[in-house]
Ligand binder design. Structure first.
Ligand code: 5GP
Length: 234
């Protein structure tokens, strides 16, 4: 990495630096894995590259299907070139089935299906508190108009990924994505979309193929991520 043009470290899991000009960013996916809820951090060799590969395949597919993202290209060694965005401090979380925080915090049954899917919006701050529309507008995070765009994008992305993964025998339980503004104000998907921020179950065995393998010591995390990569590259 060229430290001279280092932009910022994005949590512990990525570092970012400028590409050939100030509108391009190189995202370098690191081998760091963490779980805030389980208070666990680890360096697991190989996770960075697989996260980058999976994100690249999914972003490329989304771009080609008219769902706009910041992705330009995969440049190898766990790095991707993306368009610089002004990131919006939200974690956008569509849920198709109940797992994780919704089961811990609300009286719902693990595995319960949500029809239509639920959408949760958390603030990227401290321990990521859950927001509602009034909070988002009052705190100046996004306007009402932008919020509608973000919600529509979330449902479109969720429908697209749910179908795409179902065809690969993967049940999409929930996932987190992030959005940002292009210079002209258009809102597009940024950051990463990978097993690090998704819950995915094998449709037959309901076995986890995501970071829950790490959170709950269910086995080999790299193997789970590679299994997702194998299936989406089919
Ligand atoms: P939950 O609300 O159950 O903690 O998370 C819902 C989904 O969003 C899960 O797939 C989880 O992996 C993802 N998610 C929520 N917060 C974060 C975060 O801060 N980082 C990452 N990588 N994923 C998150």
């Amino acid at each position: 990495m060229n430290k001279a043009n280092m932009l910022y470290a994005c949590g512990k899991s990525k570092s970012m630096y400028y590409g050939e000009n100030q509108n391009e960013i190189v995202m370098h996916f690191l081998d760091s894995v963490s779980s805030y809820t389980q208070n666990k951090n680890a360096r697991i060799l190989g996770t960075g590259i697989v996260r980058c590969e999976v994100s690249s395949v999914l972003f490329d597919l989304l771009n080609k299907n008219g769902i706009p993202t910041h992705y330009k290209k995969n440049i190898g060694e766990g790095k991707m070139l993306v368009e610089k965005l002004e990131m919006i401090k939200l974690e956008v979380i569509p849920r198709n089935y109940a797992a994780g925080s919704i089961v811990r915090n609300f009286p719902v049954q693990y595995g319960q299906k949500f029809e239509p899917p639920l959408l949760k919006l958390d603030l990227k701050y401290n321990n990521d508190p859950m927001l509602n529309d009034d909070y988002i507008v009052a705190l100046g995070i996004a306007s009402n108009k932008e919020l509608k765009v973000i919600k529509d994008l979330a449902h479109e992305l969720n429908s697209f990924l749910t179908l795409f993964l179902k065809q690969r025998d993967i049940q999409l339980v929930d996932f987190k994505f992030e959005v940002g503004r292009r210079q002209d104000g258009t809102i597009v998907i940024g950051d990463e979309i990978s097993p690090d921020g998704m819950r995915m179950w094998d449709v037959h065995t309901l076995e986890s193929l995501d970071k829950d393998v790490f959170r709950f010591d269910k086995g080999d995390l790299v193997e789970a991520y590679k299994e997702v990569a194998r299936r989406i590259l089919l």
